[in-house]
Design a protein around this ligand. Structure first.
Ligand SMILES: Nc1ncnc2c1ncn2[C@@H]1O[C@H](COP(=O)(O)OP(=O)(O)O)[C@@H](O)[C@H]1O
Ligand SMILES: [Mg+2]
Length: 383
């Protein structure tokens, strides 16, 4: 029985319109709202449309540095670091009756701080605005952290670019040492061995001649390897023949080394704004093909270098096992991260489309010489 009485009461309470509430109910509700208002850690401000203060809570006084006795003398316009923001606030209120934004306020002592604010217009029965209720939260600390993070990111990015430039310089130095000294010396040795071989007396043992032939082979092989190493270190043909030809050559080298079929489908002769970008694109291709060879298990890879919407796009697609976000982010791997950073450094971007079992498509864009360079902010790769 008790339960039924309870249910009836509940039904009555929920069906009855609020204006039928008894004065006791109203007083209860009022005191609940009052304590919510007073105890809120967010600063609450209730102001008239002309900006005079109707009420504020303690958190508001603490945040803005005023005392209650200041309230009759102050106006909402005083709290804005930039008075135009108040105009803007009133305009938006008039339009929608609601504002949610980030705004910079000023304390009584003149110091400024950033707030996240939500505000609503209260209207009377005739629809006239009687007050604005605004709830603000200090986000200065969050803003500071955001700025600090952005700065740290910028610095890291610069550092990465400088490290990359230093690596290119080192590669060039090693390459010249290999070319100017080691390769030259081996070539001289090869000529000397050939000359000795041709002067071997008739009666010299056959094993000596075989040994010398072996030396010639070894020298040929080593010189060949050295040339390839040299070309990997500094792609000299990039300057002589351009990126398109270098891409074709790199693809052929890849087939020879990996045994994976590689089709260069479309390669346009596009001009990138600076030598650094062309070299960067070549390094991207090296890294991408290296990943295909080492991780994908693919039997086929296609390479395109084309113009798309005012940008140069390098696309490397394999039919391998694909990979997950988790694999890409595993620690100690910097290949893909390095590609992304390179792309960002010249105002391009990297995207990776892959899923387990479905192969991988890596795309890297770069601005073209005749297009203005834009710096894009980093985005997480589409993976
Ligand atoms: N084409 C690909 N096919 C399959 N897995 C790949 C491919 N490219 C990258 N991955 C996966 O993503 C990981 C990160 O690649 P990367 O950043 O180049 O580092 P690393 O090559 O040094 O491992 C690889 O270890 C591999 O698991
Ligand atoms: Mg790699």
């Amino acid at each position: 029985m008790v339960a039924i009485v309870g249910d009836e009461r509940l039904e009555k309470a929920s069906l009855e319109p609020a204006h039928h509430a008894t004065p006791d109910h109203l007083r209860d509700m009022e005191s609940n709202y009052r304590s919510l208002f007073e105890q809120s850690i967010d600063a609450i401000f209730i102001g008239a449309p002309d900006g005079t203060v109707i009420d504020v809570n303690q958190a508001w006084l603490d945040l803005f540095g005023y005392s209650r006795k200041d309230l009759p003398r102050i106006n909402a316009i005083d709290f804005y670091a930039n008075p135009a923001d108040r105009e803007n606030f009133l305009r938006r209120m008039a339009k929608t009756g609601f504002v949610k934004d980030e705004v910079r306020f000023r304390r009584k002592d003149g110091s400024v701080f950033d707030c996240q604010r939500t505000a609503v217009a209260r209207k009377d029965e005739s629809g006239t605005v009687v007050a604005y209720v605004s709830i603000s939260r200090d986000i200065t600390e969050r803003k500071r952290m955001e700025e600090w993070l952005a700065e740290a990111n910028r610095e890291l990015r610069e550092l990465a670019a400088r490290i990359e430039a230093a690596r290119e310089e080192e590669r060039a130095e090693v390459a010249w040492e290999l070319h100017d000294y080691v390769a030259q010396a081996l070539s001289v040795l090869k000529v000397d061995v050939a000359s000795c071989r041709s002067r071997l007396p008739e009666e010299a043992p056959a094993s000596l001649a075989r040994k010398m032939d072996g030396m010639t082979h070894l020298l040929d092989d080593t010189i060949g390897r050295l040339r390839r190493l040299y070309a990997d270190l500094v792609p000299v043909m990039l300057e002589d023949l351009g990126l398109a030809a270098t891409i074709e050559w790199q693809a052929e080298e890849f087939v020879r080394r990996s045994g994976v079929e590689c089709e260069v489908r479309r390669v346009e002769n596009l001009t990138l704004p600076r030598g650094r970008v062309a070299l960067g694109m070549f390094r991207v291709l090296q890294q991408a093909l290296d990943n295909v060879r080492r991780h994908s298990g693919a039997t086929r890879v296609t390479v395109d270098f084309t113009r798309e919407g005012g940008q140069a796009v390098l696309r490397v697609a394999d039919n391998g096992r694909g990979f997950t976000k988790h694999e890409m982010r595993k620690s100690g791997t910097l290949g893909l991260v390095g590609i992304r950073e390179r792309a960002l450094s010249w105002g391009g971007r990297m995207t990776v489309n892959t899923s387990a079992g479905a192969g991988t498509v890596l795309k890297v864009t770069a601005p073209l010489e005749d297009e203005p360079e834009v710096r894009t902010e980093p985005e997480s790769p589409d993976i």
